[in-house]
Design a protein around this ligand. Sequence first.
Ligand code: ZN
Ligand code: ZN
Length: 333
Amino acid sequence: MMLIPTHHFRGIERKPEYLQPEKCIPPPHSRPAGTMWFIRDGCGIACAIVTWFLVLYAEFVVLFVMLIPSRDYVYSVINGLVFNLLAFLALASHCRAMLTDPGAVPKGNATKEFIESLQLKPGQAVYKCPKCCSIKPDRAHHCSVCKRCIRKMDHHCPWVNNCVGENNQKYFVLFTMYIALISLHALIMVGFHFLHCFEEDWTKCSSFSPPTTVILLILLCFEGLLFLIFTSVMFGTQVHSICTDETGIERLQRKNQRRQRRGSWKSVKETFGGAFSLHWFNPFSGPSHPKPLSDRDWVRQVSSVSDTENTETTTEEPSEERKDLDSAEVVDE
Ligand SMILES: [Zn+2]
Ligand SMILES: [Zn+2]
C-alpha cells in the first residue's frame, strides 16, 4: 500500500542559484554572545505577567489568609517554608525558560560560500528557511513568533513567552512540575483550612472577614485546580516527549519515524544535564552545554532521491510554514 503524504511535495533543485544564496547575508548586528534572550511579543509578555500575578496571588492567600493567622506555629512554619521554596523554584524556572535561548539557528547563514564549504555529496541536501535565510539543521523548525529557526523545537509557549527547544526544555519541565506541586500543596492547605474553620469560629480562623476569606479561598481553589490539571498534563507530555526522543512537532507530523531515536535514558540525561542528581531539579544548573554544530549537522541525507549524480543538491523549505507545524521533510514516493 502506498501512503499518500499529507505535506507539501518539494522539488530537489540541482542548482544552488535556486536558493538565491547571494541574497543571504548575515545580519549586520548579530546578537553578541552573552546578550539576554527575550522575545518581544505582546501576547507572550502579557501571559508571562499573568503567570507571575497568579503565583503571587496564591502566595498572598496562603500566607496572609491561611498560615500567618493560624495558631498552629509548627504547621504554619513547615507549610510556609515548603510553599515558598516551591514557588521560588517555579518562578526561577519560569525566568530561565523565558530568558534562555532555546537553540536559535544563526540568521542569514545560507550564503553561497557556506553552502559550498559544506561540500555536499550525492544524495545529500541542505534545507533553507526562506524567512531567516538560514540553513536548518535536522529537527530545527521555524517559529513565527520568535522569528527564528529553533533547534529541536517542541512548541512555542506563550506562558513562558518563548519557544521550548533544545536548550531550555529542562527549565520548562521544571516550571510545569513546580507549578503542579504548589497547586497541589495550596489545594491541600485550603482543604485543611476549611475543615479547621468549620470546626472553629469563622471570625477567629482568618484576619479577614468570613465572606472575604471564603471568596479568597474559593478563588485559590479554582486557580489551583485549573493549574494542577493543566501543568500536570503538560509535565506528563514533556516527560513522554523526552523519554521517546520525539518533539511535539514531530509527534504531530509523525515525521521522524525514519529517524533513529536515541535511547530514552540518554535523551533524558541530555535534556537535564548529565547523570541523575539533585541538579536535575535545580533551575540554576543548566543542561549539558549545547554542542556547537559541525558541518555534518547542517547536511541531511536524501537517500530516496533516485537521480543524485549531481554533487550539489539543495532544497528550499516551503514558504508557508506554520508556527508549530512546518513541513520540513523531503517527501519521497
Ligand atoms: Zn526560520
Ligand atoms: Zn517561538
